[in-house]
Design a protein. Structure first.
Length: 412
C-alpha cells in the first residue's frame, strides 16, 4: 500500500498514537504517553515493545513480516483509538516516518523518547551535532565505507549481535584497525552495558542483540579511505582497461552536475566508475549502470560494494534495448556505445525537460556522432587532454593520454 492510505475527510480527533518506549518500559513513559497507551483499543508493536509496555488491556497485534502487510487492517480501524509502539524516537530511523507517509499528521499524536543516538552521545560525551548517525539495520555493511574518514565519530544502529564484529573486520581490512569501537547494549534499561575494543583486537562476546555501535575512526596514511572529492585513484577500480580515468572522471562529474535526489543512467558503464562516484557525492543520489559485457557488469557490482555504494543497480545488456522499462533518469552519461544505432536518441527521449546529458568519446567515429548532435541541438563541446610526466632516459617528459571529446547538453 503506497500513498495516502487514509480517507481525506478528517476524523473528529486524532485516532492514532505513536509511543516511543525505551528499555525502562512503562516507567520511562510520560503520564500523557501512558494515558494514550492505556486508552487505546488496539496496540501494534514488536514482541519486545509489547513486553516492555505490559500489562496491556487492549487487543495487541505483533507486526508481521513484511510490516506493510498489517497496514490494511490498521487503516480499516480508522477512528478507533489505536497505538503503535516504537523504539525511542519513532522519527529517527523509526516507523514514524513510514506511517507519516500514509496517515495525515493531523490524525496522529506522537510521544517520543530519546533516540539511541541521543542516549549514546550522553554515555560517550560526544556532541550529537558533530557525530555521524547511521543505520545498518536492514542495510548492507558496505554502506558504512564512505563514512570511514579518519577523525570521524560515528554512531551506528546495528542489525543484531553480529554487526559489531563485522564492522571491526571491515575496518581492519581497510587499514583502520586502530579505530576504537564501543558497543552500547540495551541502553536505558537494567541490562545496559558498555564495552570497548579496537577494530584489530575486537574480541567482545555475548553482545546483546539490541546494541548501538560507537566508532572513533583512526587510520594510518596507507588506509583505504574513500576521499570526499571526485576523481578517485584508478587503482581503486577493478577494470579491464575500460575505465574513465581519474582526471577525466573528475571533470565529467563536474559536467554532470549532480543534485540531491537525482537518478543517473550510466550507459556503457565499463568499470562503473562514473555511476559509483556519482552516488558517492550524496546519499540521496541513485544510479543505474547499463553494461552489455557480462564480465564487466559483474565487475561493476564488486567495485560498487568495495567503494561503499552497494545499492548501485547494474543492468546487464546492450543499449538501447536494455534501457526499456528502467526508472526515468534525471541525468544520462554515455561512456560507451554512443555509435550504436538508437543509443543517443533513446537517452535524449528518456530525459525530462531540464534533464542533462553528457557523453565522452575517444574515437573519431564517436566524435562524428557528437559533432552532429552539437550541430543539431547545441549544448557545449569540449576537447579534454591530459599529460603526465614520464621518464625519458634519466630525465622526464610529457606523455599525453588519448584526447576525450565531451558533449554536454540540457533538454529544453
Amino acid at each position: 500500500m503506497t500513498g495516502n492510505a487514509v480517507s481525506t475527510s478528517p476524523p473528529a480527533a486524532p485516532w492514532l498514537t505513536i509511543v516511543g518506549i525505551g528499555e525502562d518500559g512503562r516507567a520511562g513513559l510520560s503520564p500523557a504517553a501512558a494515558a494514550a497507551l492505556d486508552g487505546a483499543r488496539l496496540v501494534y508493536g514488536g514482541r519486545r515493545h509489547l513486553a516492555l509496555a505490559a500489562p496491556l488491556a487492549a487487543e495487541t497485534r505483533i507486526w508481521p513480516s513484511p510490516m506493510a502487510d498489517a497496514y490494511p487492517g490498521l487503516f480499516a480501524r480508522r477512528g478507533t483509538p489505536t497505538c503503535i509502539l516504537a523504539t525511542g524516537d519513532p522519527f529517527h530511523y523509526g516507523i514514524g516516518a513510514e506511517i507519516a507517509r500514509l496517515v495525515p499528521a493531523a490524525e496522529m499524536r506522537v510521544f517520543s523518547q530519546p533516540s539511541a543516538f541521543s542516549l549514546a552521545c550522553a554515555r560517550l560525551g560526544w556532541p550529537l551535532a558533530e557525530t555521524g548517525c547511521l543505520t545498518l539495520h536492514g542495510r548492507a555493511l558496505p554502506r558504512l565505507i564512505p563514512h570511514l574518514q579518519p577523525g570521524a565519530r560515528l554512531l551506528v544502529l546495528t542489525w543484531d549481535e553480529t554487526t559489531p564484529a563485522a564492522v571491526a573486520a571491515l575496518l581492519a581490512e581497510r587499514g583502520l584497525g586502530a579505530s576504537r569501537l564501543t558497543v552500547l547494549e540495551a541502553m536505558g534499561g537494567p541490562r545496559e552495558r558498555r564495552r570497548s575494543a579496537t577494530a584489530a583486537g575486537f574480541d567482545l562476546v555475548g553482545i546483546d542483540p539490541l546494541n548501538t555501535l560507537g566508532i572513533e575512526v583512526v587510520g594510518a596514511a596507507a588506509a583505504q579511505v574513500v576521499t570526499v572529492s571526485p576523481g578517485l585513484d584508478d587503482a581503486w577500480f577493478e577494470h579491464d582497461g575500460q575505465l574513465t580515468k581519474a582526471d577525466i572522471r573528475a571533470v565529467t562529474l563536474a559536467a554532470l552536475r549532480p543534485r540531491a535526489g537525482q537518478t543517473l543512467w550510466d550507459i556503457g558503464a565499463g568499470a562503473g566508475s562514473i555511476s559509483i562516484e556519482w552516488m558517492l557525492r550524496h546519499p540521496s543520489l541513485r544510479a543505474i549502470a547499463v553494461e552489455g559485457n557480462p564480465a564487466r557488469a559483474t565487475r561493476i557490482a564488486r567495485n560498487a560494494a568495495r567503494l561503499g555504494v552497494p545499492d548501485l543497480r547494474v543492468v546487464e545488456g546492450p543499449a538501447p534495448a536494455a534501457l526499456a522499462g528502467l526508472p526515468a533518469p534525471d541525468t544520462v552519461f554515455i561512456g560507451g556505445g554512443v555509435t550504436a544505432p538508437g543509443v543517443l536518441d533513446a537517452a535524449v527521449a528518456a530525459l525530462p525537460p531540464g534533464g542533462r546529458l553528457v557523453a565522452n568519446v575517444v574515437t573519431l567515429e564517436g566524435e562524428a556522432v557528437l559533432l552532429a548532435a552539437f550541430a543539431q541541438q547545441g549544448g557545449s563541446l569540449k576537447r579534454l587532454t591530459v599529460a603526465h610526466a614520464d621518464p625519458v632516459g634519466h630525465l622526464h617528459g610529457w606523455r599525453g593520454a588519448m584526447p576525450v571529446t565531451q558533449w554536454a547538453w540540457v533538454k529544453a
